[in-house]
Design a protein around this ligand. Structure first.
Ligand SMILES: [Zn+2]
Ligand SMILES: [Zn+2]
Length: 137
């Protein structure tokens, strides 16, 4: 059984999606700093508002001065996934590296192809690719 987060503060990433008849929850825990092994690496806060800078391109340690580039840090993390497969209905769990892939998809509204970033994993039963598409803002 995968460990589930108790609060969003523990996560770098958390999402729930419905895909056809399937559903997915995916989350990535914050990890301890490589340097001091004490602090948790998180996105920096705005010193004025105390809010996390969602679009920051780096992670900072909560107890030392360690800074890591966002992409480099995220690719070392593990994404935990609980899913019901939209293709075969299998319910399972899996873990993949928290690494997004660029794939080309057809936009159902416009019929045009465009490149999107996804977290891709395979169903343990039918082996089909299941994509968690990055949400566009
Ligand atoms: Zn540290
Ligand atoms: Zn399946």
């Amino acid at each position: 059984m995968l460990k589930e987060p108790e609060s969003m503060d523990e996560c770098v990433y958390f999402t729930r999606r419905i895909i056809g008849d399937g559903r997915i929850s995916a989350w990535v825990f914050k990890e301890k700093c490589d340097k001091c092994n004490e602090g948790l690496m998180s996105k920096p806060k705005n010193p004025k508002t105390g809010k996390i800078k969602v679009r920051a391109t780096e992670y900072v340690c909560s107890s030392c001065d360690n800074i890591e580039e966002k992409k480099e840090y995220e690719e070392k993390l593990t994404c935990n996934i609980k899913y019901k497969c939209p293709f075969c209905g299998f319910e399972g769990e899996t873990q993949i590296p928290f690494k997004r892939k660029k794939v080309s998809k057809i936009n159902e509204e416009t019929g045009k192809r465009k490149s999107v970033e996804v977290l891709r994993f395979q169903c343990k039963k039918c082996n089909k690719d299941i994509d968690i598409t990055k949400k566009m803002k």
